[in-house]
Design a protein around this ligand. Structure first.
Ligand SMILES: Cc1cc2nc3c(=O)[nH]c(=O)nc-3n(C[C@H](O)[C@H](O)[C@H](O)COP(=O)(O)O)c2cc1C
Length: 186
């Protein structure tokens, strides 16, 4: 990894499977030679500060884990990204992203990246989230904006809430999507 290595911005939300972000996404991306800059939603940031994962990720990436917006007088602590991957994405963050809401640092970064660099989103949702009347519209808005969704029966069949605890997230499909997106832009 050098200063010219591709930068993968990883955005994590407060969803099941977030606890595996470091071993299943951050470390494999680093092993591929990419730089990795992690930003968390405020709730996810609280989870990872409490568990010590924020510090562990900062140690291996060499970059601070962001969840708060910077002060106007501060420089951005993360390099410019070549690809953005939101995994796991909550139903909440998917809905806000589809509407262009940027009320936290994670959403600000992803919203600003849309149409500029490839954006990959894995909605870590259940059948109840998908029954919400606005859900299909949110997916259509994101797809229309060029977002690559890791979504569908082949990667993440939807089940009723709390019926599949501890289910492995489709990390392999997410990693393949990152590789393909970077290959297409470089
Ligand atoms: C233990 C736990 C697991 C959760 N898992 C999910 C999940 O898998 N998917 C989801 O959409 N929301 C999940 N939630 C709900 C979100 O954390 C909640 O909607 C939160 O406001 C999302 O904030 P964020 O989108 O800013 O990360 C979970 C909540 C808890 C406490």
């Amino acid at each position: 990894m050098t200063d010219s290595s591709p930068v993968v911005a990883v955005v994590g939300c407060a969803a099941g499977g977030l606890e595996e972000l470091r071993p299943k996404l951050v470390q494999p991306l680093l092993a591929k030679g990419y730089r990795v800059a992690v930003t968390l939603t405020p709730v996810a940031g609280a989870w990872f500060r409490e568990s010590g994962e924020a510090e562990r990720i900062a140690d291996i990436t060499g970059l601070p884990v962001r969840s708060n917006p910077r002060l106007p007088t501060d420089a951005s602590p993360h390099p410019t990204s070549d690809v953005v991957v939101v995994a796991p994405a909550t139903a909440n963050t998917v809905a806000k992203l589809a509407l262009g809401i940027a009320d936290n640092q994670a959403l600000t970064a992803v919203n600003e990246s849309m149409g500029v660099v490839p954006v990959i989103v894995f909605p870590r949702v259940n059948a109840a989230h998908a029954r919400h009347p606005a859900w299909q519209g949110h997916l259509a808005a994101l797809r229309g904006g060029g977002v690559h969704l890791v979504y569908g029966d082949e990667v993440w069949p939807l089940h009723e809430p709390r019926t599949r605890p501890g289910r492995e997230l489709p990390w392999g499909s997410i990693l393949v999507a990152v590789d393909r997106a970077l290959a297409a832009v470089r």
